[in-house]
Design a binder for this molecule. Structure first.
Ligand SMILES: *Cc1c(COP(=O)(O)O)cnc(C)c1O
Length: 391
């Protein structure tokens, strides 16, 4: 337990209490390799949540993004448009195929990919678009989907943040040809390291099975469709051990409760910072109409980088850990070498510099949350921070 003065970490992985029984069951099953009984249950659960055509439980969201790039047939010189404000795995997946990540700007209110910026960045080499649902708040997938269909470009959703989140009643992860999920310990539903690929376009299912099984048709062999299996395509070991899957399954069973408890923390922050926003001292997250989010993260915006850095230092002084993510990719050393900017990135540069994320985890008590609230009030009330937030 964390007492009244201990440091409140940014994240603390939640245990549902059902993990150990599931691990024992997996061990007793005697099938600990990939696509075992638990991995199959996890795949069925997520596929049903999303309404996908097929689901694949894989070692990480990073691995799922690599599968997505293989399914999109990305090769040397092909361009994939993505936000600069995203996790590095999106860009790596493209660069590993010899493709070029093309970084575009985000919308200031949601920090999600800007459809106009995507359209402006499209060239005859554009093969795919990766959209991220930052904080589990849905990006404008309707416009992106229409745009991608018009141009014959594959839409891929990086839904790493977005288990149990909806846009106009439709699950995030159901809009792209494929979507990727993360079960890293920092995500809402977790097993330490883990991920999933949801395939929504049925035409891609067979190849996804082959990619997952090291480029072999082992799946067709297991289904009795061929009498031996052989190497038919490129691929890798995109499989999760059933030990991890057993842990993950017990978390999936509790996904609704996990989300509800995270939302309680998120909503408490939102309510207690309304006065600070009214005074122009900070900006709270914005959830557009029609978006049902999952409290994956709570990000505040301060006046500028200097104010943000002081804010994080002041919170650290009050034993509260606050972090910022993402550092934009377009001007990172690898981003400059392997990718290119697909237009102005002013919103990305401005917003990434002034963003701070607060602790949100399932087992936070009311007193933890109130300690964070007090630390935030004290940090922004310090006289040196009394400068209105620019809009
Ligand atoms: C966490 C995350 C990933 C990577 O997930 P792993 O499972 O750790 O590989 C990819 N994209 C986004 C947006 C993420 O937040």
């Amino acid at each position: 337990m964390i007492d009244a003065t201990d440091r409140i970490p940014f994240n603390r992985p939640h245990l549902t209490g059902f993990e150990f029984a599931a691990l024992a069951e997996a061990a007793a099953n005697g099938h600990l390799s990939g696509n075992g009984a638990f991995a199959q249950r996890c795949a069925a659960w997520l596929t049903e949540e999303i309404g996908g055509a097929a689901g694949f439980i894989v070692p990480s969201c990073t691995a799922a993004l690599e599968m997505a790039m293989l399914l999109a047939d990305i090769g040397p010189g092909d361009e994939v448009i993505m936000p600069s404000f995203t996790f590095v795995s999106c860009a790596n997946a493209v660069a590993l195929r010899g493709g070029v990540p093309v970084f575009v700007d985000i919308e200031p209110h949601t920090l999600n990919l800007c459809p106009d910026a995507v359209e402006a960045a499209m060239t005859e080499r554009t093969r795919a678009v990766i959209v991220v649902h930052y904080a589990g708040i849905g990006a404008d997938v309707d416009r992106l989907d229409a745009l991608c269909r018009r141009r014959g470009v594959m839409l891929i959703e990086d839904a790493a943040h977005a288990v149990r989140a909806w846009r106009h009643g439709r699950p995030l992860g159901s809009f792209g040809a494929v979507s990727t999920f993360s079960f890293h310990e920092t995500k809402n539903v977790q097993c330490g390291e883990g991920g999933a690929l949801i395939v929504n376009d049925p035409a891609l299912i067979d190849r996804a099975h082959v990619l997952q099984e090291k480029g072999t048709n082992r799946r067709r062999f297991l289904d009795g469709q061929v009498d031996k299996y052989t190497w038919v395509d490129v691929g890798s070991s995109f499989l999760m051990s059933d030990i991890s899957a057993a842990f993950l399954w017990s978390q999936m069973q509790q996904a609704e409760q996990i989300t509800r408890r995270r939302l309680a923390v998120w909503e408490h922050y939102q309510e207690r910072f309304a006065d600070l926003e009214a005074e122009g001292l900070l900006q709270r997250p914005v959830v557009p109409d029609g978006c049902e989010h999952n409290a994956h993260l709570y990000a505040l915006r301060l006046a500028d980088r200097a104010a943000r850095d002081r804010f994080i230092a002041d919170l650290a002084g009050a034993n509260v850990q606050s972090v910022f993510h993402y550092v934009p990719l377009h001007d990172s050393p690898a981003g400059l070498r392997l990718g290119r900017a697909g237009g102005p990135l002013d919103v990305t540069v401005k917003e990434a510099a002034r963003l701070a994320r607060l602790p949100v985890w399932v087992d936070m008590t009311h007193s933890h949350v109130e300690r964070v609230v007090r630390a935030v009030h004290q940090a922004v009330a310090a006289p040196r921070l009394h400068q209105p937030v620019l809009t």
